[in-house]
Write a protein that binds this ligand. Structure first.
Ligand SMILES: [Zn+2]
Ligand SMILES: [Zn+2]
Length: 293
């Protein structure tokens, strides 16, 4: 059977990058995930992991779209370095949250001197920037990317459909959760989320029946509920919560993502083992992990 989607993890760490012999198995780069389809390359977030993405953009004729979940530092820091390495002829699109401020202005104003020595315009700039409020869909077919304001229910199966949903589940301004559907397969990317006890119906419907759920799993329950230094309220999930969400939405596979920078390889091994007791089809994301869907 021909696989329609290939997902590759290039940065799986949350908050800040880490490097030492204790992080060799899962890796130390911050969030960046590449999905390959026959119509487009889709990159989720521009953490330090994105720097290696150009190595995998082998089909030069395919456009590339970079989607930002939000603009916290661990999700944007790799952008100027990525943009410097991408082939000049590549059709690059960028989409991200139009909150807390104008996303287009953010892109143009941020990645330039004095924080980066090369100014916007002298390095490759995107062909188009989509500023999303959440609820819109991007439809990709035959090298073209178009925006549908009201979301889309496309049954033709020929197009890649990326849908966005705004959630307030991350301080202070919220994030975008994305889903990508193509030929009956569905991948959901939900990083930097800390749900209330109950998931709201909108979120459940958005994630429902996905083949792959990439979900924030930054904390252990001990860290989350610690009496001395609780991480509750920081905008991230425990791996237990990630498993509960996967169950509730009927995900086929769960990928634990956005590992805490203090979690070394052996701790993540034990988190994965524990999580499988709750949701057997769980894997902890590691750099270089590749899944064909
Ligand atoms: Zn983050
Ligand atoms: Zn964040």
């Amino acid at each position: 059977m021909q696989r329609e989607l290939r997902i590759r993890f290039l940065g799986v760490r949350g908050s800040y990058p880490v490097a030492s012999k204790d992080y060799l198995k899962y890796g130390g780069n911050t969030a960046s995930v590449l999905i390959e389809t026959e119509h487009i390359y889709v990159i989720l977030d521009a953490g330090t992991g994105i720097v290696n993405v150009p190595l995998f953009l082998k089909k030069r004729s395919l456009p590339v779209i970079l989607l930002f979940s939000h603009i916290h530092l661990d999700h944007i820091i790799g952008y100027p370095f990525f943009i410097s390495h991408i082939k000049p002829a590549t059709d690059l699109y960028v989409a991200g949250p139009n909150f807390p401020s104008d996303f287009f202005k953010f892109m143009v104003d941020t990645f330039k001197s004095p924080i980066y020595p090369v100014s916007w315009g002298t390095i490759k700039s995107p062909k188009m920037i989509f500023a999303l409020d959440g609820g819109e869909s991007l439809i990709i077919y035959n090298g073209r990317v178009s925006l549908s304001e009201k979301g889309v229910h496309d049954n033709s199966n020929k197009k890649v459909v990326i849908s966005s949903l705004k959630s307030r589940a991350h301080p202070e301004d919220g994030i975008l959760v994305y889903s990508l559907s193509f030929k009956g397969k569905k991948i959901v990317y939900a990083t930097d989320v800390e749900w209330r006890k109950e998931l709201d119906r909108k979120i459940v419907n958005f994630m429902k029946g996905c083949d792959i759920l990439v979900h924030d799993a930054q904390y252990t329950p001990q860290e989350y509920n610690s009496r001395t230094k609780p991480t509750k309220g920081f905008g991230h999930s425990t791996y237990i919560k990630a498993c509960e969400v996967a169950k509730e939405v009927g995900a086929k596979n769960l990928i634990l993502f956005h590992h805490d920078p203090k979690h070394n390889d052996s701790l993540i091994d034990s988190i994965e083992k524990d999580a499988r007791e709750i949701f057997p089809s769980t894997s902890a994301a590691f750099e270089g992990m590749e899944i064909k869907v």
